[in-house]
Structures are given as C-alpha cells and as structure tokens.
Design a protein around this ligand. Structure first.
Ligand code: ADP
Ligand code: MG
Length: 766
C-alpha cells in the first residue's frame, strides 16, 4: 500500500484522518457518539479490560433495566409462530452454567429469524448486549446485539485461534457495541505501518526501558494473542503518557526558569516589618521556614514558581500576605486569586483586619507606608468596580484580590510582581497563565492548596512547580472530633441538634451542610452547590461495577430514590425544632446574590445568626474562629477530601470542634468506610492516601487542573509512581539537552495533541 504524500510531509497525518473517510459514514457515526472522530482517537480508545474467551459472566448479578454485555453459552434456540399476534418469535436460552438468560427476537415472518437460528447453535459461546428486562419472572434481552466467539473467522483453524484470544472489551454504547468498535479498530489499524505512526518516545528511551514501539504497542493492545501481549502494550502506552506530560512540564519549567523577573528584595522598615511587629501571634516554625524560602526567591531575578500546600488551618494566608507585603515594599503589586466570591470577599476582610491602618493607604489615618487592598469580583457594582480598577491600574492598591474577574482584559496593573492563587484545585493552568500575562515581566507565582497532594500527583499535575509544605497547625487549636450519626436513629439525630444548641448557648456557631439547595435541585452534591464544583462525586465511588461495561448503560450507578436533604428544607425544619427554639437560622448557597451571601456570612460571623445552613460553598477557606460545630447531612454523598475540607471550617479558634456526619450508609459499604476513616483520623496526608485509593483518576487530578490531566487514560497516579518517576527522569534529561525539543518532532506533536486545550498558550509564549 502506498503512503499518501501528506503522511510523508507531515508525520502522523494518518492519525488525523477523519474516521468517516476511513470507515465510511455509517460505521463512523456511532463512533462519533463515543467522541471518536479521527484514526488517532480510535487507536487511542483502549480496551477497558480483556475477557477470557472461556469465562462466562455470572448471570446472577444482572439487574433489571441495566444495559449489559454478557458472555454466555447458547443452550437452545427455538422458533415458533405466534398465533395470537401473528408473526414469529425466536427464543434462545443462554447460560453461565448455573443461571439462564432468555434472548427474544420477533419478526413478521419465520424466515426472517433464520439467520439467528443458524447462528445461535447450542454449545456456542458469545457476547450478548442489551437492556435486561423481566418477562414472567425470567430475565431477558429483547433483540440483543451479539457476537459469537470464533464463528465469524474464515476457516476452522483461524476460528480456533480466534476463539482462544483474549477479547478486548471497549468502552462502548448501544449503537457501537464493543465488538463493533473492535472491528473498526482492526480495519483502521491493520494497514498502518511504523511510518504512519511516528513514535513520541525516542528510541534511546525505549531501549533503556525495554518498551515496544508505538505501532507494535497498538497492535498488542488492540489485537493480542495472549495476556502478556496486551500487558506489554499497555506498559509502553502508559509510559508514553507519563513521558509526554513530563516532557512538557520539564519544558515549561526550563522556559520559566530562563525568563527574567523583577527582583523584589526585602526592604526593611516598611510594611512587612510593621506587619510583623503587630502580628498578634508568633509564626510557627514552618511558617517562618517557608517564609524565608519565599523571601529569597522573590529577591531573585527569575520568577518564583512555588506550590504551598498545608492542612486546612495551617496558616497559609499569613505566609502569602507576608510575601505580598515584601513585593509591595519593593514597589510592586500582588494579586490574590480566589475561587469564589465569598472567599475573595473574606480574603479582603482578613487582609484588612490583619493589616489594620497599614491598609488605609490614601485614607485619613493611614500610615505613610500604608497601601490599599482592592477587591474585584464579577458581580460588584459599576462604581465600586471602576474605583477598584483604578486602584489596580494606578498602583495605589498594593494588593488586589479577586475571582475570575481578575482575568478579564479590563483589569490592569501598574506593576504586577506576584500572583498568589488560593486553592489551586479550582483553577486551571490556563487561568494562572492569563493572570501572569498581565505583567510586563513574568511575575512571581505562589500557588496554595489545602488538599494534601501525594508526591506522585504533585509530580504529575504540578511538575513545573517547586513544593513547600506547612505540616504543623498553629498552637492553641483544640482540633476537631468527628462522629458518624446514623440518619435513621431519631434519638441520635435529636442529640446532634441539642449539641448545636449547647454550642450556640456557649457563644459558638454551627454550620449545617446539605448536598442540595432546595428540593428541586436535582444536581445535588454532584456540583457542590455553588460556583465551586464538587471535587468528588460520591456516587461514583459507590456505583457498583455492573456486569460487562459499567459505561455501557446510561443510568448505571444513577441516584437512588432517596431524597437528599436541601438547604431550604432543612433551614425551615430547624427553625421549627424545639431544640433550637429562638435560635436564628441563616442560609447560604450559590443561588443567592453576592450581597445576600455576604450578609449571611457577616451575620454568622458576628453571631447575630449563629446557625448557618449551607451547601459546600463554605468548603474552601471560610474562616470563622467561633464556629465550633458542624453537622453534615447526607454525609455519605460527599468524598473524603471534601468532608475533610469542610470540617476544617470548625475548631479554628481555641474551642474544640465537633463534626457530626449524619448518614444512612449501611455497614460495610464504601461510603460507611469513608466516614469511619474520617472519624478515625484527622491527618490530611493519611486521608489523601486513602482517598486516592478510592477515587477515579479524573477526580484525583481534577479536570480543571490542566488539559494534561484529562488526557491521561492509562496512567494512574495511585499505582504508577515508578513509571512517573522514570518518565520524569528521562524527560528531564532530554529537555536539558534540547530545551525546545527541536530534534523530537513526534514528541512535540504528541504534546500538542495531549495538551490540546493549552496549545494556544504555549504558542503565545514560544
Ligand atoms: P489556611 O492554611 O487554611 O488558609 P489560614 O491562613 O486561614 O489557614 O489560618 C487559619 C487561622 O489561623 C487564621 O485565623 C489565622 O489568623 C490563624 N493563624 C495563622 N498563623 C497562626 C499562628 N502562627 N499562630 C496562631 N494562629 C495563626
Ligand atoms: Mg486559606
């Protein structure tokens, strides 16, 4: 077969070919519904598992209404005329050895059923796909799509071989069942050669790690003859994913390290010194240590690129503020990017409170070295916005705090020297870069996260950042005790509300967290109740692995019938509870206007409304030291990290915190295990490790984190630590020798492909 010209001119062009052209519209259409549009898409659509030809599916586990793919053996098939309705019916029985499943086909004429009759011979095995229904107590599939093992080969010898090969099971759909995907993959892959598939992995790396070439690996994965083959193929493709990502991270790191930044050395006798003098507490050893690392990097001529991770309440804000003040003292400005409006507003309050008259620059009473803290959010009024924009552009505001609104074109800085991103997991790399682009020279960057990040994740997601960690919690905290309260135990639940009452009577505050805003809010915990998306879908964790492909059926693992508690409902209920008689109960959720939210939080902070019923909008960073108790309803709906973040909102003052997780998770379920783990430990790093073991990859990395993360198909940061470390070492070596990868076009192409969403950004900066 001759290679088309464009493949010679542009290596990898075959990968971009539309499937409609290669396979024809009819075969391509169902694939497009799976998101597969090009040859490359299809070849990178890897099997989710492999089925042994001889192994039958346990039919006992079939659930009515589920879309399933089962491997079973034909026991009998009979065709009969239907006298009452007219027409004919074929009924086949397939078995897993102990249980049966009926397959039913209807037709107008008996003859139309002959194909099935001839194929569904007793003793043959096959895969059958359809939606399970119940007919007179019998499980059945009506008009199932099916594929018989070894039957469709050309001759008997080939059939025998075919029948013994592992069967790739693809993520599939009703219109594109797994064997049809398999057939398309073969059609597309078989004619391709090494020349059509330029390998992003350099020969030297493949040799060192003993890895297959790309063409070979794709063959092994899609058309294996035994288990070793597909394993070897997957090893290679997994390494490739890690390597491509690490190569890009190394390239970014190298680029930024070469860039110039304005040095912002510490100036004595100004804001930072005055601030330190007034600080009402002493910095922890960790805060001091990280502080001096930051101080030194800010004073350097290359941009700082640092990730600061620290437990909830470990005092990251003060550390960041001190860095910002150093920059302001040196004549620059700092921007603080927060994920929600509530948080941005709170940051402004906190900074102003910490700074006192140091934040009254331009106002009467401000000291001669004072500055201003400006706030920019999407929803603020035109007048306020104009004034804040002016403060930022003129340089009058040394510190500018904001949400995504900070990223818009209208926001300008006089001299942006430092960008601080709070709670990174809500911000993408792209957004971080947009903000950095607002400075004449690359500003210094500090990213903060309260979610402890295991090393492998840090290497994968933040590979271009250096990491610092705050491990200790400031002294004087009494910590949080966590208990699980069974939702169906009325006495315990009543006791929980009494505890809330007791805390309120003592001057404390209570959060009550619900998964939904109101009873009509269908999305519930799924989206976390606010502009900040939930970082974990608890129901994903519990979705039982159905028979065949869980992804086969829509609705698999859908919400159970149980009604989730909502903010509106629960607030009304609490106002009527005798235990809370006379206690004002407030509400906070994402559908309230910014002023309303602000007011609710202010009332809560001041103690005018000591009970706040809320969605997870309070999950990140809200700081009310008097908050001592938190009741989480439907706690089994939330993930470990999310609950850990949530309870970090209490016990921040000197009084101990109490967290009550109300849930109806039966013993032994994953949800019950998660809650028990939370009750047993408060070590964020330990929880992160447990969480990592339970989560799906996409959730770990967070789709918003970077285009890179969502491109990972095979790599599991939970499991592939060694692969990541090896790939990183090899990638760094390559980039050290050739920073722009000029000698590695296939690798560059793979980077562009894998990081498609970010491509423009790279080009801008190149
Ligand atoms: P986080 O790391 O979760 O962002 P914060 O910076 O909000 O934590 O700090 C939590 C609380 O601890 C704040 O009220 C802050 O003022 C206080 N804090 C910070 N550092 C110290 C310290 N060294 N000693 C006592 N309290 C501190
Ligand atoms: Mg914080």
């Amino acid at each position: 077969m001759s290679v088309p010209d464009d493949a010679v001119v542009r290596p990898g062009a075959r990968m971009d070919e539309p499937l409609a052209r290669v396979l024809g519209e009819r075969s391509a259409a169902p694939l497009a519904k799976l998101g597969l549009r090009t040859t490359g898409d299809l070849l990178r659509h890897y099997p989710r598992r492999y089925s042994e030809p001889g192994t039958l599916t346990d039919l006992a586990s079939l659930a009515i209404g589920e879309h399933v793919t089962v491997m079973a053996q034909v026991q009998q098939a009979t065709v009969r005329e239907m006298r009452s309705r007219g027409g004919a019916m074929l009924q086949a029985v397939v078995t897993d050895g102990s249980r049966n499943l009926h397959l039913t086909f209807f037709a107008k004429r008996r003859g139309a059923l002959r194909v099935h009759e001839q194929r569904l011979l007793p003793g043959r095995t096959g895969m059958f796909t359809g939606v399970v229904s119940d007919y007179r107590g019998q499980r059945q599939l009506t008009h199932p799509d099916y594929q018989l093992v070894g039957v469709d080969a050309d001759d008997e010898a080939a059939a025998l071989v075919e029948a013994s090969r592992p069967i790739p099971i693809y993520p599939a759909s009703a219109s594109a069942p797994t064997w049809r995907v398999q057939r398309c993959v073969r059609t597309v892959l078989d004619p391709l050669t090494d020349a059509d598939l330029p390998d992003p992995l350099p020969e030297q790396v493949r040799a060192r790690r003993g890895l297959a070439g790309l063409r070979e690996a794709l063959g092994l994965v899609h058309e294996p003859y035994d288990d070793d083959q597909w394993r070897r193929g997957l090893d290679r493709l997994r390494f490739e994913e890690a390597f491509v990502l690490q190569a890009e991270l190394a390239r970014r790191r190298a680029r930024t390290a070469q860039q110039e930044a304005v040095a912002r050395p510490r100036v004595s006798g100004r804001l930072l010194d005055l601030f330190d003098e007034r600080l009402p507490f002493t910095l922890t050893a960790g805060q001091r240590e990280v502080g001096s690392v930051l101080a030194e990097e800010l004073a350097g001529a290359h941009p700082m690129q640092r990730l600061l991770q620290g437990e909830v309440g470990s005092g990251k804000t003060v550390v960041a503020l001190r860095a910002m003040l150093q920059v302001v003292d040196a004549g620059g400005q700092a921007a603080l990017l927060a994920p929600t409006e509530v948080l941005a507003a709170q940051h402004v309050r906190t900074l102003r409170a910490l700074l006192g008259d140091l934040a009254e620059g331009g106002f009467l009473g401000g000291t001669d070295v004072s500055t201003r803290v400006a706030l920019l959010t999407g929803s603020q009024g035109a007048a306020a916005r104009r004034e804040n924009l002016l403060d930022a552009a003129s340089g009058r505001a040394g510190i500018v705090v904001g949400t995504h609104a900070l990223l818009t074109d209208t926001v300008q800085f006089a001299d942006l020297g430092l960008v601080v991103v709070d709670e990174q997991h809500r911000f993408g790399v792209e957004q971080r870069d947009l903000l950095r682009a607002k400075a004449a020279q690359t500003p210094h960057l500090l990213v903060m996260t309260a979610t402890p990040i295991p090393r492998t994740v840090a290497m994968t997601v933040f590979g271009d950042l250096e990491t610092s960690t705050l491990r200790e919690i400031p002294a004087g905290r009494s910590g949080v005790t966590t208990h699980v309260v069974p939702a169906d135990n009325a006495a315990w639940v009543e006791r929980a509300w009494q505890r809330v009452r007791e805390e309120v009577d003592r001057g404390g505050r209570a959060y009550v967290v619900c998964p939904r805003i109101d009873p009509d809010d269908v999305r519930g915990a799924r989206r976390g109740g606010d502009d900040d998306g939930a970082d974990l879908l608890a129901e994903d964790l519990d979705a039982g692995v159905g028979i065949g492909d869980p992804a086969d059926g829509p609705g698999a693992g859908g919400l159970p019938a149980r009604q989730l508690r909502s903010v509106v409902e629960v607030a009304a209920e609490l106002r009527a509870r005798p235990a809370l008689a006379g206690v004002p109960v407030g509400e906070l959720h994402g559908r309230m206007g910014p002023d309303e939210k602000e007011r609710a939080l202010a009332d809560f902070t001041a103690g005018r409304v000591p009970v706040l019923v809320s969605t997870t909008v309070i999950e990140v960073g809200v700081d009310v030291p008097e908050a001592t108790v938190m009741v989480v309803l439907d706690a089994d709906r939330f993930g470990i990290s999310q609950l850990h973040q949530l309870r970090g909102r209490i016990g921040r003052g000197s009084a101990p915190g109490l967290c009550l997780l109300v849930a109806s998770a039966p013993d032994g379920t994953p949800a019950a295990t998660r809650l028990a783990t939370l009750a047993a430990t408060s070590d964020g790093f330990e929880l992160a490790a447990v969480d990592l073991g339970l989560r799906r990859e996409g959730d770990v990395l967070g789709a918003a984190q970077s285009g890179a993360a969502s491109s990972l198909r095979l790599l599991r940061v939970t499991r592939d630590a060694q692969v990541i470390a090896d790939a990183r070492a090899d990638a760094r070596e390559l980039v050290d020798a050739d920073p722009e990868l000029t000698g590695w076009p296939a690798l560059r192409a793979a980077i562009d492909q894998q990081l498609a969403g970010e491509r423009e950004e790279f080009l801008d900066r190149a």
